[in-house]
Design a protein around this ligand. Structure first.
Ligand code: SF4
Ligand code: SF4
Length: 370
């Protein structure tokens, strides 16, 4: 594992994202403590020293509070976040987070998911989120203050003009979203302001691990021995200022495999970067919708649809028509149950036109039946 210098500490270039730690069988709301602890042990064993969670990641904070006390507190950096969508005072939430995580400080604390909508909350003088967090930093209950962002570059600029006291920022950055979601614009702005960059969704929720035959063929022809994830990670290694890439790894093998890629900084060569650009364009032509399976939309859907699962079905159908490869789709509510209420739209950080996609998927399925 290689490490990047941040202030006066060293952060592992690969970080552990805790959102996707497996749940207990038959209990999808409770993180499997045993499996989760094995994952953390494997992560520490591989040299990972950065753990990321958030107040809104299901029971992730409680899970970490249950298992992290078995590891020395000084051997890892713990990051969590406050999301204004919970509509509760940050002071109250912060105290609860410390209790949940069974700690008396957080190494990193972020205002979560900055965008056009939530920027108003984070800049609200009455809520005073930033003032409160700066005070927590002053008294040592938070070591570094940052924010995570899905904002467009203009919104991000407005936020950075409002406050220049952030130590770091976490953005969704990968070689597809570089153009698709203008991650490039966000990244360049953060570099301009000299703010270290943390990366979420470096493999777009695992989607870049399988680009499909055509795009994969382009990469294989250039460097036959590189795995699909290594292209995504090595793309990031070439970007100055990227301190840590967070990955939601779900097995110890995956942690070991990804850690091997991060054994040393090994950015793409120019030839590899060109091949990756061509492969990404090819992929986008057939892939369809860039859902990262964050599930932010799900809780708000009155029809209780498993939206990311349906979008996976839509994409899969576009890729190779083999819907059987989408585990659980045949048992889930179908796209025809969408009420077209549009409640989900404002919750999707990827700005996906969910009802429109579901209508298209419904039509595709009907055509297939006919
Ligand atoms: S538009 Fe459809 S998917 Fe979106 S919240 Fe409404 S019912 Fe759910
Ligand atoms: S549709 Fe949007 S909000 Fe819903 S899971 Fe996908 S990326 Fe997340």
């Amino acid at each position: 594992m290689y490490y990047n210098k941040f202030k006066d500490i060293e952060i592992s270039a690969l970080g552990f994202g805790s959102l996707r730690v497996p749940k207990e069988e038959g209990n999808p709301k409770r993180t499997d403590r045993k499996k989760g602890k094995e994952l953390l042990a494997a992560a520490f064993d591989c040299g990972i020293n950065y753990i990321d969670t958030a107040y809104t990641y299901g029971d992730s904070e409680e899970f970490l509070g249950d298992v992290l006390p078995d590891f020395p507190r000084g051997s890892y950096y713990l990051a969590t976040k406050y999301y204004a969508s919970v509509r509760r005072d940050i002071r109250e939430v912060f105290e609860e987070q410390l209790k949940r995580c069974k700690t008396d400080y957080f190494d990193f604390y972020m205002l979560h998911s900055l965008d056009d909508y939530y920027i108003n909350d984070y800049m609200d003088e009455k809520m005073d989120c930033i003032g409160f967090m700066l005070e927590q930093k002053r008294i040592g209950r938070v070591k570094y203050l940052g924010f995570s962002s899905h904002a467009n570059p203009n919104t991000l600029r407005r936020f950075l003009d409002y406050c220049d006291e952030f130590d770091m920022a976490q953005i969704q950055l990968n070689y597809l979203d570089w153009d698709v979601l203008d991650a490039k614009g966000q990244y360049e702005l953060l570099r301009e302001r000299d703010i270290p960059v943390w990366v979420m969704e470096p493999l777009k929720g695992g989607r870049l691990a399988n680009l499909g035959d055509e795009a994969q063929g382009i990469l294989k022809a250039t460097s036959p021995n590189n795995s699909a994830p290594s292209w995504g990670f090595r793309f990031l290694m070439g970007l100055e200022g990227v301190t840590c890439a967070l990955s939601g790894m779900t097995t110890p093998e995956q942690i070991r495999e990804n850690s091997r890629i991060f054994a040393s900084r090994n950015p793409l060569s120019e030839k590899e970067r060109e091949a990756l650009e061509t492969a990404a364009k090819t992929y986008m032509q057939i892939m369809g919708v860039p859902c990262s399976a964050c599930r932010y939309c799900c809780d708000t859907c009155p029809a209780e649809l498993d939206i990311p699962l349906l979008i996976r079905g839509y994409n899969q159908m576009k890729l190779d028509n083999a819907l059987w490869k989408v585990d659980g789709l045949n048992k889930a509510k179908g796209p025809e149950e969408c009420l077209y209420c549009e409640t989900c739209l404002s919750h999707c950080p990827q700005k996906i036109q969910i009802p429109q996609i579901l209508a298209e998927f419904d039509e595709m399925l009907n055509k297939r039946k006919a």
